[in-house]
Design a protein around this ligand. Structure first.
Ligand code: ZN
Length: 215
């Protein structure tokens, strides 16, 4: 039997402890229970100053990783908060195929989404909590995202293209869902294999060779 004082920490204490290191936060990986837990709705558990510092640390951690999104449970904090930002680097042909356009930094608080229309888009994606791997996920091409921002203002916005993929991936984290749960598992590829074989703008060749269905 093991005991830990951290079990009895309040959320603000837990966050203060994480921030005390001053650097990027450690990202937890698949198998950690917090990644399979429905995050608590954010309702002022952190005061404004602590929330601001936490959000800044989430952003620093995401950029350092580097990644285009990070949810609070990925740093061990079970609150419904995520950050997203994508400068959309890459080859023009790939960017065009993915609808990958720059997504300015933003904070998603208590987000939820619903599809707008039936269109789906399938591409390889990865997750900072499943390092080294990527898989094809067929996601809604267009979603309506509702929730709040970090100042408590209402968000109700439609996302398309790659930004739609990012907000779905991060919102799923807050429900305890990992992208592997909704991926074409036969597409699972190491980063090395993706670089070697599957860097085409679309995953059609991968679907043919690895044997999985595209929408
Ligand atoms: Zn992820």
């Amino acid at each position: 039997m093991t005991t830990s004082t951290t079990t009895h920490q309040s959320l603000p204490e837990r966050v203060e402890e994480l921030l005390a290191s001053g650097g990027p936060l450690p990202i937890v990986t698949a198998g950690e229970p917090v990644l399979r837990t429905v995050a608590e709705p954010y309702d002022g558990q952190l005061d404004d100053a602590l929330l601001e510092r936490f959000v800044r640390a989430l952003r620093d951690t995401m950029l350092a990783a580097p990644g285009v999104g990070l949810a609070a449970p990925q740093v061990g904090v079970p609150l419904s908060i995520a950050v997203v930002e994508d400068a959309a680097p890459g080859a023009p042909e790939s960017l065009r195929a993915r609808g990958r356009v720059p997504l300015p930094f933003r904070v998603l608080v208590n987000p939820s989404y619903e599809p707008e229309g039936d269109a789906r888009a399938a591409f390889f994606e990865g997750c900072l909590s499943v390092p080294g791997w990527q898989a094809v996920v067929a996601r809604h091409a267009r979603v309506r995202l509702r929730g709040q921002d970090e100042h408590g203002r209402t968000v109700d916005e439609v996302f398309t293209g790659w930004p739609a993929r990012i907000v779905q991936h991060e919102t799923d984290h807050l429900r305890g869902t990992l992208y592997l749960d909704v991926a074409r598992t036969r597409s699972l590829s190491s980063n090395e294999a993706v670089a070697e074989y599957w860097s085409q703008p679309t995953p059609e060749a991968a679907a043919r060779v690895l044997g999985f269905e595209l929408p």
